[in-house]
Structures are given as C-alpha cells and as structure tokens.
Design a protein around this ligand. Structure first.
Ligand SMILES: Nc1ncnc2c1ncn2[C@@H]1O[C@H](COP(=O)(O)OP(=O)(O)O)[C@@H](O)[C@H]1O
Ligand SMILES: [Mg+2]
Length: 89
C-alpha cells in the first residue's frame, strides 16, 4: 500500500540515513524503533509528506490519508501527546 524506496536524508553533507526501503501493507501495525537522534521523526515527516528526502521516494495510493501527529504540539512545545491524551491538555 505504501512504498518507501531508497530513502536517504543528509543535513549539510552528513548522512542521517540512506538506502531505506520497505512496504507498509493494509492492516500492518508497525513500531519504528531507534536511539535518540536516529532519524525516526524525520522518517515519519517524510512519509507524511511534511519533509522532502535527499534521495528516494514514498509512494501511496491516491485515496490514502497519511497523518503525522508531532511528539510536541506546535502550539505548546512543553505538552507531550501522552499528556494531552491522558490529562486533557
Ligand atoms: N532540519 C535539520 N537540520 C539539521 N539537522 C537536523 C534537522 N532535522 C533533524 N536534524 C537532526 O537529525 C537527527 C535526527 O533527528 P530526528 O529525526 O528528530 O531523530 P529521532 O526522532 O529518531 O530522535 C538529529 O541529530 C537532529 O538534530
Ligand atoms: Mg523523534
């Protein structure tokens, strides 16, 4: 359903990740794991179309709706998704 092919991200010539390819099929439930700064958020933003990769592409069907919920809300940077969800902030 969603195809990620040959994705690479470089910042000022420094490679964050490269040659990342995978498929996401309907009903898949996926956990993206990696150490702090590995590029998880960057990858999610690219899949959601909020950021462009240096190389590679993300392909999804026209009818697919891809949404990205930021870890920190844009209006309240101190407020995490967990806190907002559990405590109504
Ligand atoms: N626009 C940018 N310019 C330069 N470096 C960036 C930019 N965005 C993210 N980075 C760097 O890329 C790395 C990965 O960030 P991020 O995707 O937020 O990692 P994670 O979500 O896995 O913790 C971090 O070192 C971060 O500082
Ligand atoms: Mg992150």
């Amino acid at each position: 359903m969603i195809t990620v092919d040959g994705l690479a991200v470089e910042f000022s010539g420094k490679t964050l990740f490269s040659d990342v390819s995978f498929f996401i099929n309907e009903n898949d439930k996926i956990a993206l794991m990696g150490k702090n700064g590995a590029g998880k958020s960057t990858m999610m933003k690219i899949i959601a179309g909020a950021q462009k990769p240096t190389r590679g592409y993300v392909r999804a069907p026209k009818e697919a709706v891809i949404a990205y919920l930021p870890q920190h809300l844009l209006t309240e940077d101190h407020c995490t998704v967990f806190r907002r969800d559990t405590q109504g902030f």
